[in-house]
Design a protein around this ligand. Structure first.
Ligand SMILES: Cc1cc2nc3c(=O)[nH]c(=O)nc-3n(C[C@H](O)[C@H](O)[C@H](O)COP(=O)(O)OP(=O)(O)OC[C@H]3O[C@@H](n4cnc5c(N)ncnc54)[C@H](O)[C@@H]3O)c2cc1C
Length: 470
């Protein structure tokens, strides 16, 4: 039997997509930046299905591209154009296996979406904290494979920080399972860390045990019009001391970014309590507590601290519907950028104190190299993470800019590197940045990564062309 017939035998013909129409959704990334081809897209529904797929593909020497919700922003889940790969779409392997309210943990299959995890956690009065704009699509496996960050890292950490245990099908088709719910477990190498952030290059994650948190009883947003990034990070530093751990988000949005939201998402409405749409930068912070009175005390302390420092305290937004309206604006930024057209995306990590310097130096260097360039920047400034997207408003000029992506990247990454930053803060490397990773990784890092890759996947069949160069 050929490979397709074997996969149909294992999974059933309706779970093996062969026609171009059925495959189309799986062969292009969310931004429309990458298009690939595959001999099949398969939809496993159990860990055993995944084992069978990996073994059959291994026997046939066929590369595998793992895919979750296909919301990644670096092309990691898109196959190359050779048409040889099998895409393993994990969205039907999505059961919540167990929720332990006392241990504050949840075990779920890799295709469960973030929204599914949140609902399951809330059913026992707990919080699954990982929050992204694409949470209705992004999966547990995809967020683990990219070590996703998002909007609440400041308080709860990245996906890696939330993971207690993993179940993984290795490239040779064997199962490694340690779905441990333990918080302390120093028994040799912490193997799960190898697969978190590996973007599917070392194995297919089939399930995980994740931490849950107490569900906050009260949340408030602070919406501040600020002159520039410097003022935002000063406000953030003050907030860190006043809120002492109760701050859950700190997001910066540039004026151009806000203008794109207003252009492309007319349904996005700034609530009256936040004032008029800012003409300058917007800075928003979320504070949450397990008691409404305590939250009020924190907000009062914030107003006093701002008065003492002669800083604006901003609009304090308590009503749930007003907070939801502001979060819809924040979560709509990536979508409005996408509707505006293709851009050169950067997802950089910086020491928070260096953010203003990065913005002024990178902007000046880009303007000198590409006069009139438009910089759409926003991000999780409380984590030192900026999205820094480059484009021209004029479509013809924009096409020419995209052709010069390498030159534009070099300008940006030179400044990032000089300031001790990272070229990939939370979106990963995918097929977008392997060469840049190789150029910026500390000496010896790529060789070490290659040794790990070779040890686990000697034939290089697991998500080839992603993360590592060459
Ligand atoms: C509107 C929007 C907002 C976003 N906001 C954020 C944000 O705030 N923070 C952030 O970090 N990211 C953000 N992202 C990026 C994206 O959502 C994350 O990278 C997410 O982790 C991808 O999950 P996914 O299930 O869609 O994975 P996919 O895109 O399907 O895959 C991503 C990578 O993981 C691998 N993979 C997927 N599933 C598995 C598995 N089970 N086992 C092994 N490897 C696997 C794939 O091969 C690929 O390399 C955003 C994206 C969008 C579209």
């Amino acid at each position: 039997m050929n490979l397709i017939a074997q996969l149909q035998d294992v999974l059933g013909t309706d779970q093996v997509l062969i026609s171009p129409e059925a495959q189309a959704h799986y062969l292009e990334d969310w931004r429309g930046r990458y298009q690939g081809r595959a001999q099949a897209v398969v939809l496993p529904q159990s860990t055993d299905d995944v084992i069978q797929i990996v073994q059959r593909c291994g026997d046939a020497g066929v590369p595998i591209v793992p895919q979750g919700g296909n919301t990644g922003l670096c092309g990691g889940a898109t196959p190359d154009t050779s048409g040889q790969a099998v895409v393993v779409a994990m969205t039907k392997l999505n059961r919540i296996r167990s929720v332990d309210a006392i241990n504050f943990s949840i075990t779920a299959e890799a295709g469960a979406t973030l929204d599914q995890l949140k609902v399951a956690a809330e059913s026992v009065n707990r919080l699954y904290p990982l929050t992204l704009g694409a949470g209705h699509l992004s999966t547990l496996g995809g967020t683990l494979a990219t070590n996703a960050g998002g909007l609440q890292v400041l308080r709860y950490g990245m996906t890696r920080d939330l993971c207690l245990g993993l179940e993984v099908v290795l490239p040779d088709g064997t199962l490694w399972s340690k779905l441990s719910p333990l918080r302390k477990d120093n028994t040799g190498y912490d193997l799960k860390q190898l697969f978190i952030g590996a973007e599917g290059t070392l194995g297919l994650i089939t399930a995980a045990t994740m931490k849950l948190m107490p569900l906050p009883a009260a949340r408030a947003l602070i919406w501040l019009d600020v002159a520039d990034a410097e003022q935002a990070i000063q406000a953030h530093a003050l907030a860190q001391t006043v809120f002492a751990g109760a701050q859950t988000a700190a997001e910066l949005i540039s004026p151009i970014t806000l203008s794109l939201v207003r252009k492309h998402l007319p349904e996005a409405v700034l609530p009256a309590v936040a004032g008029d749409w800012p003409t300058g930068w917007a800075f928003m912070m979320e504070v949450s507590a397990h008691d409404a009175e305590f939250l009020q005390a924190l907000l009062a302390a914030w107003v006093r601290a701002c008065a003492a420092d002669r800083m604006p305290a901003g609009s304090l937004i308590a009503a749930d519907e007003d907070q939801a309206a502001i979060w819809a604006i924040r979560k709509g930024l990536a979508e409005s950028q996408k509707r505006e057209g293709i851009s050169i995306k950067h997802d950089v990590g910086l020491p928070i104190s260096c953010i203003p310097q990065f913005l002024s130096e990178a902007s000046a260097a880009l303007e000198a190299r590409f006069p009139g360039i438009r910089i759409v920047t926003f991000g999780h400034v409380g984590d030192g993470n900026l999205h820094f997207n480059l484009s021209f408003a004029d479509p013809a000029q924009n096409v020419a800019l995209i052709d010069q992506s390498l030159a534009a990247n070099a300008v940006v990454y030179e400044v990032v590197s000089r300031l001790g930053g990272s070229i990939a803060a939370e979106h990963g490397i995918g097929q977008l940045k392997p060469a840049w990773l190789a150029a910026h990784a500390p000496a010896g890092s790529i060789a070490l990564m290659q040794q790990i890759k070779t040890a686990l996947d000697p034939r290089g069949l697991m998500n080839p062309g992603k993360v590592l160069p060459g």
